[in-house]
Design a protein around this ligand. Structure first.
Ligand code: SF4
Length: 172
């Protein structure tokens, strides 16, 4: 475990803590994560979309694999591609987040930014088809910190899974 404070530091999607940062202006807290882990860890909340200046509420967006194979974003409402601003924010912010030496990360499922393997990625070559993939922030985090244990919120959906998570942290 990193040598900061007494409690493990957990990087977490801020909407899971109840912050109203979602695209629809609402929060979606995880009661299990809050009640089972809240007393034992310190949180390092992050919302890639709100923090990068997209505003809240904001139009929903999707991850898309372009015809050339590159991964991008598309906002179906107006065709705008928010990927450059999100990637610029990630480049600026991720080193600072990782310099805090988090012990693990917990990310919101299915989000085009935070989703970990659970995002329905559009395929520009096959209109209407999707495949499972990462959100842009999750992908960047995995690449920048391959040793960091990263969890999808659904990995911590029960008190038992949360207890296991805490045990794993103390064994690191
Ligand atoms: S899933 Fe990620 S980007 Fe979306 S509201 Fe939650 S923290 Fe922000």
């Amino acid at each position: 475990m990193a040598s900061h404070a007494e409690k493990p530091l957990i990087l977490i999607s801020s909407c899971l803590l109840g912050m109203a940062t979602r695209y629809d202006g609402r929060s979606k807290p995880s009661p299990v994560i809050l009640s089972e882990l809240g007393s034992y860890v310190s949180w390092l909340p992050v919302c890639p979309e709100a923090d990068s200046g997209m505003g809240t509420p904001r139009p929903p967006m999707r991850v898309i694999r372009q015809v050339d194979g590159s991964i991008g974003l598309v906002r179906p409402a107006d065709g705008f591609d928010p990927a450059p601003m999100l990637r610029a924010w990630i480049e600026r912010t991720l080193p600072a987040l990782l310099s805090r030496r988090p012990d693990a990360a917990i990310l919101k499922a299915r989000s085009p930014s935070c989703g970990l393997r659970t995002v329905a990625v559009l395929d520009a070559k096959r209109p209407g088809a999707t495949f499972p993939g990462d959100g842009l922030f999750a992908a960047a985090l995995r690449q920048a910190a391959p040793e960091l244990p990263i969890f999808d919120e659904n990995d911590l959906a029960t008190p038992e899974q949360c207890q296991q998570f805490l045990q794993q942290l103390t064994q690191r």
